[in-house]
Write a protein that binds this ligand. Structure first.
Ligand code: AMP
Ligand code: MG
Length: 487
């Protein structure tokens, strides 16, 4: 054990590289010129059992990839994926995995550098990431964690001191991501593409050991596995929808097998409630629009199911039949999660058909009037009637029904108020806030706004005075559709 390792307490134990070597390529991160530690996630570092004093010193070298810590055996993962519906061979083109770190409590996590240089999977890309998107992923993934949504996390952002050619020259940066793994639906597609059953069996066994150990004794492991992945994906997308999150690139290579949010790109939060909301400039057809996400999740899971067909049953027709039955259950499973979560936003614990209708009616109403989604629920939680819409006859009628449903639950008002606070964030990483903070970092090398934002987003359900300021609607954009009466 070297001095360095003892200092920062890394505890690498790599299992992924025990898979057949078609699943990865050994790859060292490329050296960078002038690494500079811009953000270091102290809270996460502690959770991982790392020694933060040491990391403050060594972080620039380690998180740029210039220094490889003891125990790390860097590699790039191979995977495939359906991108906007089309199958492609992919792989980590600009990410390098340092390995699996085991925390003091025994949790195994991948430590990955995104933007660490070219790999055998880079195709024509430069393997680099730029500061803006790195900071964006840092902020939004940490915000998702604060919102209690399963996600990869950000441990550090490092500037490389090098320029990266995009439409314009940009500052290079590397993001250190921490995730329970980076196994994707696309990893299974990659294995299936080789038409070598042994490969997919090995990947399945590995994934079950790592993420679904409870399935080890199942008679039909691939089928049980598919069922569990469906459940986790449905639960995840229900949470995205609950907070108004639009992932933006739900390609199968960006779908974690473990129901975590991964690969933050052109993601964003909706302002006005709009099922058609699209933020990504490349999503021309709205394939990954806000309201399409559950259907796309089901489509993606069908691609996973296809990879498992040869393992489910020796008779392909029977296998297809059994897998299709599971995939067809997705909408029902999703609805159960989603209505339960939406119910909590309204203080409801029991969600039956009456409550389901209440939720549907409300969203229909919000969409028709283009009401700011997060702000509306925040006002409802605080019992502030600060939007003109609260005076509307249709709202007053809806509110009567809501109160009726609440009364049916037979719980104290204080319990309801508490539940609403726990499920309606006071603050989310609104696009205008995130953009402003990133620009300040890019133009003035001033990270104060980002740090402030990260601080507020750590517990978005706290309802502090500081969060009040940041909970406001965007000064332009969607606010033109609503009448805001001030708080
Ligand atoms: P993403 O949209 O980030 O999920 O990336 C899709 C694919 O393109 C993945 O295989 C990435 O590794 C690859 N990729 C994206 N940007 C770059 C880049 N600058 N250099 C090399 N590969 C890249
Ligand atoms: Mg990706």
């Amino acid at each position: 054990m070297t001095e360095k390792r003892r200092m920062s307490h890394w505890n690498f134990d790599n299992t992924y590289t025990m898979l057949p070597d078609v699943f990865y390529k050994k790859q060292l991160p490329a050296r960078v010129e002038r690494p500079e530690l811009m953000l270091l996630n102290e809270e996460l570092g502690h959770e991982l059992g790392l020694h933060m004093d040491a990391l403050r010193e060594e972080g620039a070298a380690i998180f740029s990839g210039n220094q490889i810590v003891e125990g790390s055996e860097p590699f790039a993962q191979a995977y495939a994926g359906h991108q906007f519906g089309h199958f492609t061979m992919l792989g980590d083109g600009r990410a390098v995995m340092l390995g699996e770190h085991v925390t003091p409590s025994g949790k195994r996590v991948d430590i990955q550098l995104k933007g660490a240089g070219q790999t055998p999977f880079s195709r024509r890309g430069d393997g680099r990431a730029t500061l803006g998107p790195v900071l964006r992923e840092y902020i939004v993934s940490e915000a998702m964690h604060g919102l209690n949504i399963p996600t990869s996390r950000a441990l550090a952002a490092v500037g490389t001191g090098e320029n990266v050619q995009r439409e314009q020259m940009k500052q290079g940066a590397v993001l250190t991501r921490v995730s329970s793994s980076h196994i994707r639906v696309g990893t299974f597609e990659y294995a299936a593409y080789a038409r070598d059953e042994a490969l997919i069996i090995k990947l399945l066994d590995y994934t079950i050991d790592r993420h679904y150990p409870q399935l080890q004794k199942e008679k039909n492991k691939p089928l049980a596995f598919l069922r569990e992945v469906i459940k986790k994906q449905a639960a995840l997308v229900a949470l995205w929808m609950k907070v108004g999150f639009v992932h933006g690139v739900m390609n199968t290579d960006n779908v974690s097998i473990n129901g975590q949010t991964i690969d933050y790109g052109p993601c964003a939060f909706i302002d006005a409630y709009d099922r058609k909301a699209v933020f990504s400039s490349i999503d021309h057809s709205g394939r990954y629009a806000y309201g399409n996400q559950p259907a796309i999740a089901q489509w993606n899971l069908a691609r996973l199911a296809e990879t498992l067909i040869p393992l489910i049953h020796p008779d392909p027709q029977q296998a297809i039949h059994e897998a299709t039955d599971l995939i067809n259950m997705f909408p029902q499973i999703y609805d159960t999660y989603w209505y339960a979560e939406m119910g909590k936003k309204l203080g409801l614990e029991i969600v039956d058909s009456k409550e389901r209708k209440l939720i549907d009616d409300l969203l229909h109403f919000l969409e028709g009037e283009r009401i700011d989604y997060t702000y509306f629920f925040r006002s409802l939680t605080l019992n502030k009637r600060d939007l003109a819409i609260f005076e509307a006859a249709s709202f007053i009628e809806w509110e009567k029904q809501w109160k009726h449903c609440l009364a049916r639950q037979g719980v104290d008002e204080s319990v309801i108020a508490q539940r609403m606070k726990q499920h309606n964030p006071a603050v989310i990483p609104r696009n205008y806030l995130v953009e402003k903070a990133i620009q300040k970092a890019e133009r003035e090398a001033d990270f104060s706004d980002i740090k402030q934002l990260l601080d507020l987003l750590q517990d978005p359900y706290a309802y502090t005075a500081e969060q009040e300021k940041y909970g406001q609607m965007p000064p332009d954009g969607d606010s033109r559709y609503i009448t805001y009466c001030g708080t």
